[in-house]
Design a protein around this ligand. Structure first.
Ligand code: SF4
Length: 423
């Protein structure tokens, strides 16, 4: 039986598009040389793909970029993951930039990849490549990150000058303070960002061909929430001055900032907020997100989400969770069913309060089990999505496509479920 047939039999409540998306998120696709060729025009993967010895080189290279995002004919979006032993494979189709997805050699659907858009190749007025301005794109969402370094990686030890603790979230690699900060002028423990950084990124957002609807502001966390609120407000006001809060649905993806900053951002034209709790269970939250736990605390995080509903309105507040993180590492839940139950308790708490939780799959990117999700099965992930979709339907609190839609959700499935239900 094929993977897709089995999923159709076991998960009839999951829309077919979401089953396909979930199957590719878990199983990936086998490597095919067409992926190297597509990488020349498609929006590129975060990391280059590396061939194994003996595999035919791509343009003489064994290391190259492949596409980041698959786009199906019905507009469903999914992140491309290459797993050599996958039963799925993408091969050239019968028209330029068209491809066919196969499972066990049998055609499943046609597809294409999200292309590089003109803004990513353009320069700002001072000659900086716009793709280095702190902006990336996921389908129809621009993600603005001009302060990527997260202070949870370097929390000063009290009374020990120059020494720091690492209180970063256990699953996180992208917030490591590194050379990206230098290029953007971010300084640790300082809220204010250089005006030239804000000018450049705003110029990139102003490019006429971004083909985006949503603009999501993110960044590394600060230890001082008041300072973090000031930083996001500075960014929001800079965007508002250029009319960008009119052009895009701008959402604040900060930590649990203070209410006064939420209000000031709303006044500047920001329309939504997404404060990511990451893990629902209190003990697992403390274990997996020690920085958030120690510097903010779960209670304050939840209070901030409810304040955000007051300020931005229901339908404009979200919180992201990393599905499966609570099953990984020392002190983890031992029973996947307990993890599912905990996540559903979170959904039952948040959704009626106007906060939409969204789960992405925890892709293990470090250690021996890299690339595996042995602790969080595809079936469990679909059951979680089916149950949370039912809670949204029962309460009438759906994902808001102005904020988060099928064209930008490439590792989450809530918009796919809600879209299928509305059809
Ligand atoms: S808050 Fe956690 S997930 Fe976010 S950048 Fe910092 S360590 Fe990473």
């Amino acid at each position: 039986m094929s993977i897709l047939e089995r999923l159709a039999e076991n998960h009839p409540q999951t829309p077919a598009a979401a089953r396909l998306k979930a199957a590719l998120l878990f199983h990936g696709v086998a490597y095919d040389p067409c992926l190297g060729r597509a990488g020349e025009w498609a929006f590129p993967s975060h990391m280059p793909f590396v061939l194994q010895p003996g595999e035919p080189l791509h343009e003489g290279q064994n290391k190259f970029y492949t596409p980041q995002l698959v786009r199906f004919p019905d507009d469903t979006q999914v992140r491309l993951r290459i797993k050599r032993d996958s039963r799925f494979r993408i091969v050239d189709g019968d028209a330029p930039r068209q491809f066919t997805l196969l499972e066990d050699g049998r055609p499943v659907t046609s597809l294409t990849f999200e292309p590089k858009l003109p803004w990513a190749e353009a320069l700002t007025h001072d000659g900086t490549p716009m793709r280095s301005s702190g902006l990336v794109q996921h389908g129809d969402m621009l993600v603005l990150n001009v302060a990527p370094g997260c202070e949870y990686f370097v929390v000063p030890k009290v009374g020990l000058a120059g020494k720091t603790d690492n209180l970063s979230c256990t699953f996180c690699l992208y917030g490591v303070p590194d050379q990206r900060m230098d290029a953007l002028g971010q300084r640790l423990y300082e809220a204010e960002l250089p005006q030239r950084t804000l000018d450049r990124v705003a110029e990139a957002c102003q490019h006429p061909e971004t083909h985006s609807r949503h603009l999501y502001l993110v960044g590394g966390s600060m230890l001082d929430m008041a300072a973090e609120g000031e930083r996001y407000l500075q960014i929001a006001r800079s965007l508002a001055e250029r009319g960008l809060t009119e052009r895009y649905y701008v959402a604040c993806g900060s930590g649990a900032i203070e209410r006064r900053h939420m209000v000031a951002m709303k006044d500047a034209g920001v329309r939504g907020a997404c404060f990511n709790l990451e893990v629902w269970d209190p003990a697992q939250f403390a274990r997996i997100c020690p920085g958030k736990h120690k510097t903010v605390g779960r209670d304050r995080w939840l209070a901030a989400l409810e304040e955000a509903v007051d300020v931005f309105g229901p339908g404009n507040v979200m919180s992201a969770f990393v599905g499966g993180a609570e099953l990984e590492g020392e002190g983890a839940f031992e029973d996947p069913e307990a993890a599912l139950e905990s996540n559903l308790a979170g959904a039952e708490y948040l959704i009626p309060r106007g906060i939409v939780p969204t789960w992405s799959i925890f892709w293990k990117v470090t250690g021996k089990a890299r690339g595996e999700e042995s602790f969080y099965t595809l079936d469990l992930f679909l059951r979680l999505n089916e149950a949370t979709a039912a809670i949204r339907a029962r309460t009438g609190r759906f994902t808001n496509p102005e904020f988060f839609c099928r064209r930008c959700a490439y590792m989450e499935m809530e918009p796919d479920f809600d879209f299928a239900r509305a059809m």
